[in-house]
Ligand binder design. Structure first.
Ligand code: PHE
Length: 529
């Protein structure tokens, strides 16, 4: 190869990546054209890709192989750090836990549940939905975790609220509740506008523009009245062939809709992190921690290791733990990153001082729980035409989640409740059989007798009584103050990370961004020392 040819290729390689270089080689007859064509040979970094400048071979002990710990280890590993993770459980992921047949779990009440879901069936006991803008999506892309849509809003799902109004204690489709709420609110605002109530706020022209919007938004008919609209709320007789134009199901009255509060949940889907599209990994949320574990190197994760002491020393950090065989050990490294939930880290003796101890005790653990009901018939699809999505209720179930995959399959796992606060606490206090019974009794109020039929198996998780977690997440009264800031700062050679140190608590995004922040701080320190 002549010098000019070589330098030409080097130039192409430098600016265009490997794909362009192979293309140029093909054009010069040096590489087969088939190799030249695809761009798959080189994936250019995306703006979201996290990379550190500079490398270090320092050692880091990461406490906890949940999302924060795994992300910390993964990113430090890219920059050359030698990382070891200590994890109490026998699996990666922490609260990111996909429950499958054959799993067993003993909770802190002392009850052991054995999961009997059929092959291919699962429940995401922890995180179960990912919004498009979360960094979680970037890790799924980077690690090759296949995604599918998660149905967070479904017009055919239900609302069911207790009370003594005409629309209480009844199941109403989201689509009907929405059409009626939007319809009547639009009617009222149109009425106020037409009566001159907005004359001080809007010009005549702008009032007309508002009315144009309201007629469309509320599906108003003649005289700016909501009379059930044009079919948004659903049909008693559906439009079909020939002359069958359909019969719109009649709307309840304005007073009944307002009084019932059936519209109380529709703001949820406007939330920054709850609006469609949302996603889930194909086959279970734990595809993410397993992909991270693989990228980190499974040999770097020591399972069954319970941390019993954390110390910063003049030369690094020291961690006491009992290993999987119950043998007490001490590990040392240049740095420690502690990702344990703060209320659990608070129980581990350390030499980081009373300020750190007070900080770890500050955030308040929040309970949450779910039950997975495996049905041998997908009645919600066959009978109710609900394909994924969530029913909202003020019964203590809070929400019923229909599976976002496996449509028209033979069986499926419905999340029979996903609740917080007092409801979660009261279910946590019950043995599984009673949780299940209560879930089914309440679910039948929403779906009828079908709810109690064809249940093949069930499993419930109460995060407040789950070992190594003891909460679904934590709440801070103050994320500006001393306690929070103390845990954001390194304490000697010990750092903290976790979703609790983010403004995306109870999201993998929070754990991942916290891990990145800690990794960045640690690496900057190493690079400048
Ligand atoms: N991320 C969890 C969820 O989506 C918990 C959460 C709920 C966080 C609502 C914020 C808002 O269910």
């Amino acid at each position: 190869m002549s010098v000019s040819r070589r330098s030409f290729l080097r130039g192409v390689g430098a600016t265009g990546g490997a794909g362009a270089m192979f293309g140029a080689m093909g054009a010069l007859g040096l590489a087969p054209a088939a190799v030249a064509a695809p761009t798959a040979a080189f994936t250019p970094p995306k703006p979201s890709d996290f990379s550190l400048t500079g490398r270090s071979a320092r050692t880091v002990l990461v406490l906890g192989a949940g999302i924060a710990g795994l992300t910390t280890a993964y990113e430090l590993g890219k920059a050359g750090y030698r990382v070891t993770l200590l994890e109490g459980r026998r699996r990666p992921g922490g609260r990111n836990w996909t429950v499958r047949g054959g799993d067993t779990e003993t909770d802190l009440n002392g009850e052991t549940q054995r999961v009997r879901f059929a092959e291919g069936q699962y429940m995401n006991a922890g995180p179960a939905r990912i919004p498009q803008h979360h960094v979680t999506m970037d890790y799924c892309r980077e690690l090759g975790v296949p995604l599918e849509p998660f149905v967070n809003q479904n017009a055919n799902a239900l609302v069911h609220y207790t009370g003594d109004t005409a629309l209480s204690n009844r199941s109403i489709t989201h689509r009907a509740a929405k059409a009626d709420t939007f319809g009547y609110v639009s009617e009222l605002l149109a009425k106020a506008t037409n009566a001159g109530a907005l004359d001080a706020e809007l010009t005549a022209e702008d009032q007309e523009a508002l009315l144009v919007f309201l007629r469309n938004f509320g599906d108003l008919s003649e005289g700016d009245r909501y009379t059930g609209g044009t079919g948004r709320r659903g049909y008693d007789v559906a439009p079909a062939a020939g002359l069958e134009s359909g019969t719109v199901s009649p709307a309840p009255s304005l007073e009944d809709v307002v009084r019932s509060g059936i519209g109380r949940n529709f703001s949820f889907e406007l939330g920054w992190s709850q609006a469609m599209m949302m996603f889930q990994p194909v086959g279970g949320m734990d595809r993410i921690p397993y992909a991270l574990e693989k990228a980190v190197g499974p040999s770097k994760v020591r399972y069954g290791c319970e941390v019993t002491g954390v110390r910063t020393t003049p030369t690094g950090g020291e961690v006491d733990y009992t290993d999987a065989a119950g043998v007490p050990r001490t590990a040392t490294a240049d740095f420690v990153v502690n990702t344990l939930p703060p209320h659990l880290a608070a129980r581990v003796p350390h030499n980081l001082g009373p300020g750190v101890q007070a900080a770890l005790e500050t955030p308040v653990p929040a309970p949450t729980g779910k039950i997975g009901l495996e049905y041998s018939r997908r009645w919600w699809e066959e009978d109710a035409r609900i394909y994924g999505g969530i029913t909202n209720t003020d019964l203590d179930l809070a929400g019923i989640w229909y599976p976002s995959s496996g449509y028209h399959g033979e069986r499926g796992v419905v999340v029979g409740y996903y609740n917080y606060g007092d409801a979660a606490r009261s279910y946590a206090a019950l043995p599984h059989a009673q949780r299940r019974q209560r879930a089914v009794v309440n679910g039948a109020k929403i779906h009828g007798d079908v709810y109690g039929k064809d249940i093949a198996s069930s499993f419930s998780v109460s995060w407040g009584v789950t070992r190594f977690s003891e909460a679904g997440w934590v709440g801070w009264a103050d994320q500006e103050g001393q306690a929070y800031r103390t845990l954001l700062a390194p304490q000697g050679n010990v750092y903290f990370a976790g979703d609790h140190l983010s403004h995306a608590i109870a999201w993998m995004h929070g754990a991942m961004t916290s891990a990145r922040a800690t990794v960045t701080a640690l690496h900057q320190r190493v690079m400048s020392s």
